[in-house]
Each structure stands twice: as C-alpha cells, then as structure tokens.
Design a protein around this ligand. Structure first.
Ligand SMILES: [Fe+2]
Ligand SMILES: [Fe+2]
Length: 274
C-alpha cells in the first residue's frame, strides 16, 4: 500500500500558524500510516514575496518525507511588472527549486510536476504541448509504475465549474498525457476539494482521475474549511481521503474509492476505504 499526501495552496503570507502546525502533526503523527511522498500543487505564497517564500521553504524543510512541488500563479510577482514579465519565477527558483519539471520515483509510483504559472497570464494557467511531451518522456522511463501528474491549474474540472477555469492548452496536453499512461492528475488553484466521480478524461481504453485539493493552511478559504487529500494506492484500488481542519485538528471528512477494471477507473461506493 502506498500513501501520498496531496496539499495545495498554502499561500504563506496568509497562512494560519495553528492550522499549519496541526497539518504537520496530522501528516506525520495522527493520520497513520505516514505518507511516503508529499505533493504540493502550487500557490506556495500569497504575493511572491521573499519572506513568504522563506516561510514556505521552512515548511518544506520540516516535512520528514520527500516532496514534489510546482509553482502557482501567486508565486509570480503581481505588481512588480519587471519581474512579472522578465523573471516571473526567479524568487520561486531561488527559494524553492530550480526544477520546473520535477519528478519523484518511489513506492511503485512515478510522479511528475509541470509548471502552469506564467508571467503573461494574470491568473489562469497554461500548459504547452512541449511540456506535456517532456512529462511523457519522464513517464516513459517508468513503464510499470503508477503515474501521477501534478499541476497547479486544473486540467479536468469538477462538474458545474466554468470552462475558463481549466488550464489553457489542456485539450492538447491531455491526449499526450493519456497516451503516456497518466492515471491521476493532482491540482489546486480552485480552493475547493474534489475527486472525479468517474474518469475525468477518457477514451475507449482508459480514464484519468482528477483530484483537486483545497487550500491546506491559508485563511483565504472559499466556503470550505482547510483540508488536504491522502491518496492511497493498493493494487487496483485507489482511494482519495479528504481530511479537513475542524477548528482544533484535521479529521477525515469523506473519501472516494475507485476500482480499476480493464484499464478504466470505476467510482466504487461499495469498496471499503483502504
Ligand atoms: Fe490559490
Ligand atoms: Fe492559484
């Protein structure tokens, strides 16, 4: 069994210290077993300030597990126009990582992150065919592993969300990622947690599950409490556990379980959560 924690949108600069402390406590103490990997799907900072990146860096350094992180639109300076257009991710690269196509191979998984935050877009993200191909190349080196893609902006939206919230270029990137064997895409940005009822992107052979995490520790919540996802892979079962802050600690709020049958993911309410 493999456990991955999926966090998003901490927005250091608008974080709640109490929630942040409880999150670390939950990740590596209360919610057993501890994850073997932590995914952070962007918007590490509130306004891309150096001190906010340093706080994010300190948070990452406290995680006693490997992590994979991608930037979000808030990690690009908004008002400093010079930086925004010429060096949009300089502070992210200096404080978090130079790697804008990070990948981690662990515990039967290969996880690849792509950067969808660019200086020339205000809030919405963009993914290019070249980025999708580069990610596919990494996945191709690990044919027998469970494949997860991480991006800040969503490639597949929950039902009812306006189409403009989908990352630009998703329609061209998804078939490439699909052919590369991607099973799950983890994203954030919406500040709303969700997991597909069925495969969010499909063709005759296969489906991709879309998993969204809300904001893990920011006070900028949008109608739902802080939370994060625990992804549990166990053979042909995949379960997304949603853990939320109840004002005192993180507790399990809900879960969705899936079963893989002949390459397709079925939402399976009858599967007992792992
Ligand atoms: Fe955000
Ligand atoms: Fe965002």
């Amino acid at each position: 069994m493999t456990v991955v924690a999926h966090l998003s949108d901490p927005h250091f600069g608008s974080e709640s210290p109490a929630v942040a402390a409880a999150l670390v406590d939950d990740l590596f103490g209360r919610a057993a077993p501890a994850p073997s990997l932590v995914i952070v799907s962007g918007d590490l900072t509130q306004r891309a300030k150096v001190h906010q990146f340093r706080a994010a860096r300190a948070f990452l350094d406290r995680l006693p597990a490997p992590y994979l992180v991608v930037p979000g639109n808030h990690d690009i300076p908004l008002y400093d126009v010079w930086s925004r257009f010429l060096h949009p991710l300089d502070r992210y690269r200096a404080n978090i990582t130079e790697d804008l196509l990070p990948h981690v191979v662990a515990d039967g998984l290969v996880v690849v992150g792509v950067n969808t935050a660019h200086g020339f877009t205000f809030k919405d993200g963009k993914v290019t065919v070249e980025q999708a191909r580069a990610a596919a190349e990494v996945f191709a080196a690990h044919p027998d592993r469970f494949k997860i893609l991480v991006a800040h902006h969503p490639f597949v939206l929950p039902a009812g969300r306006p189409a403009r919230e989908r990352v630009d270029g998703a329609e061209h990137a998804l078939p490439i990622l699909h052919d590369a064997g991607v099973e799950v895409i983890c994203s954030g940005h919406l500040h709303a947690a969700h997991a597909s009822d069925t495969g969010g992107f499909r063709d005759a052979r296969r489906e991709i599950l879309a998993v969204h995490a809300g904001t893990c520790i920011s006070t900028r919540t949008r109608g739902e409490p802080n939370g994060y996802n625990r992804l549990v892979l166990d053979g042909d079962r995949f379960t997304v556990h949603h853990r939320v802050w109840d004002g005192d600690r993180f507790t399990e709020s809900s879960h969705k379980a899936y079963r893989r049958e002949r390459g397709r993911w079925l939402h399976d309410p009858d599967v007992v959560a792992a």
